[in-house]
Design a protein around this ligand. Structure first.
Ligand SMILES: [Zn+2]
Length: 94
């Protein structure tokens, strides 16, 4: 799958029907985001990592995942591709 330069593609769900349904985020933010998530194998998506490290709320829709991403990274979420590339065309490389 195509990925814009300077970005990682982040899957909010590992279900087959969602494999192209991703967010495009700079690598450092991607690592920070994963620090706030716990994978739930049964649901094939993520839960919020609570302050005590245990799994919390299930992020089982893209809007829920988007809201979490935007809250913890404090940036607008970019759908990708190709939306992320269009949104960042001409922007400095991360
Ligand atoms: Zn990811």
């Amino acid at each position: 799958m195509y990925c814009p330069d300077g970005y990682h593609l982040h899957h909010w769900s590992y279900r087959f029907e969602h494999w192209r349904d991703v967010f495009a985020i700079p690598p450092k933010m991607h690592a920070r985001l994963h620090g706030t998530l716990v994978y739930d194998p049964a649901a094939m998506c993520f839960r919020v990592r609570r302050a005590d490290g245990l799994p919390g709320a299930l992020l089982d829709t893209k809007p829920k995942h988007r809201a979490h991403l935007e809250r913890v990274l404090n940036v607008p979420a970019n759908d990708g591709p190709p939306d992320a590339f269009a949104a960042h065309r001409g922007a400095p490389r991360a």
